[in-house]
Structures are given as C-alpha cells and as structure tokens.
Design a protein around this ligand. Structure first.
Ligand code: ADP
Ligand code: 5GP
Length: 224
C-alpha cells in the first residue's frame, strides 16, 4: 500500500499533528519576514498611504532610503531619507551596501540600504519599501516572494493636481514626473496588486487587507 504523501509541515494528510513542534510550524509561528514593495507615480500618495498603513499596522518596519536629493522643508535626515552626497552614494554602491538603487528622472540617486532590510526579515519582521519601478525590478529578481503593490491615481489630472498641491517641485519637474508616471505603467504586470488611491481611508484599508492576506499564505509558513 502506498504511504500517504508527506506534507511540508511534516504532517501526514489526514493525520493529527504528532508533536507541538509540527503544530507550531503550521500555525505560522516560524514565518519569515515578508517584504512589501510599494511603487507608483510620484505624487500618487505613496508616502501618505504608507504612513496611514503604519498607523494601522505599527509592527511593519519601514525601510529608509538613501538619496542624493536635497531635503524638502520638514524632511529630516534618518527619518524621511538618509541624505547623502554623490560621493557617499557611490561608495555605498561600491561596497554593495544597497539592495537596489536607481537614478530618478530628476537625475538624482535613490537606493535601499541592505543591512536594515536583511536584519528585519531575518528577525521575522515585515518590511515596507517605497521605491520606483526600476528599483522594484531589481528587488523582484532577488526576492520574488515579496508582495508587490502598485498605487494608481484615480486620474492623471488628479495626479497632476496632487503634485501641484504638494508644492515641492517646479513646473518642469512636475512635467517630468508625470511623463515617468506614464512610462511606469508599462511595468504594472510586474506587480501582484494594484490599489487606486482615490479615498485615502479606502486605499489604506485595501493595503492593510493585502498585507493581512499575504501573511496567511500557506507557502509563507513552510519550514525553512
Ligand atoms: P508620493 O509619496 O507618492 O510622491 P505623497 O504621499 O507625497 O505622494 O502625496 C502627494 C500629495 O497628494 C500630498 O499633498 C498628499 O497630501 C496628497 N494625497 C495623498 N493621498 C491623497 C488622497 N487619497 N486624496 C487626496 N490627496 C492625497
Ligand atoms: P521623491 O524625490 O519624491 O521623494 O522620490 C522620487 C521617487 O524616488 C519616487 O518614485 C520614490 O518612490 C522613489 N524612491 C524613493 N526611495 C527609493 C529607493 O530607495 N529606491 C528607488 N529605486 N526609488 C526610490
């Protein structure tokens, strides 16, 4: 007679767990940290949404990117970004200190520090990255098990209105950011989920639901 197939948890189909260790494995106590990658056009509300998500899920760890751009009024080094010179950024790239990096349309560099993300994931914490499409492509190659979410504006007119309202870019920079937004849409299929940020509360609820559902995936609870 064939023996019943062994399941990943070590349980045999139709059998009861033989030990609490086997039960804890399936109950998810050993789940690895999950990477949540959020992209979308500049001005769509990624920062605002991630802030809202963090209020609802304070256990999420947010990666702080390194950039060569100047701080905007109110932005603090080590809080919103690590603001660095071109030379410092190049050195980080040379030392392989960044998981991914890209040059944005403004000509400035942005990247994700490796050590924070790897430490948090190892510790079983879920980490949120807010990065552009070029960065997300690099991360997905190395971490295909992450959750990739693209935030869409309700309309292009609304996107433009939000960028203007934010008053952080000049007219030419806004034009560039809008043209990148259209280009980035070609990469939508790289992502697992799309969320339209029309009403902030509704969009944040959708993001929260995605994170909750992804944490429940059987594959994330397999022994490793
Ligand atoms: P991003 O991080 O994607 O560049 P921000 O979070 O800075 O975008 O948001 C851009 C502007 O749009 C900000 O002024 C923000 O207050 C506004 N905003 C964000 N979400 C919404 C929304 N759901 N409805 C209206 N305005 C929004
Ligand atoms: P901003 O200058 O508006 O803060 O950001 C411009 C763009 O850079 C946004 O699309 C934002 O998502 C992206 N960005 C921010 N941090 C990173 C990062 O660490 N890596 C990459 N690839 N893009 C980033």
């Amino acid at each position: 007679m064939n023996t019943p197939p062994q399941t990943p948890s070590g349980l045999r189909r139709g059998s009861r767990p033989k030990s609490s260790a086997a039960f804890e494995r399936v109950a998810g106590k050993t789940r690895k940290g999950m990477l949540v990658v959020i992209s979308g056009p500049s001005g769509v509300g990624k920062g605002t949404l991630v802030k809202e998500l963090s209020k609802r899920m304070p256990e999420l760890r947010q990666s702080i990117s390194v950039t060569t751009r100047e701080p905007r009024p109110g932005e603090e080094d080590g809080v919103h970004y690590f603001f660095r010179t071109d030379e410092q950024f190049e050195q980080m790239v040379a030392n392989d200190e960044l998981i991914e990096w890209s040059q944005f349309v403004n000509g400035l560099f942005y990247g994700t520090p490796r050590s924070f993300v790897e430490e948090q994931l190892r510790a079983g914490n879920d980490v949120v990255l807010e990065i552009d499409v070029k960065g997300a492509i690099q991360v997905k190659e190395r971490m295909p098990n992450g959750v990739y979410v693209f935030i869409l504006p309700p309309t292009m007119e609304e996107l433009e209105a939000r960028l203007r309202k934010r008053q952080t870019e000049a007219a030419e920079a806004i034009r560039q950011r809008l043209s990148v937004a259209v280009d980035e849409l070609n990469f939508l299929l790289l992502y697992d989920f799309q969320v339209v940020n029309d009403d902030l509360d509704k969009a944040a609820r959708k993001l929260e639901a995605i994170v909750i559902a992804e944490r429940c995936r059987v594959g994330r609870h397999l022994p490793h």
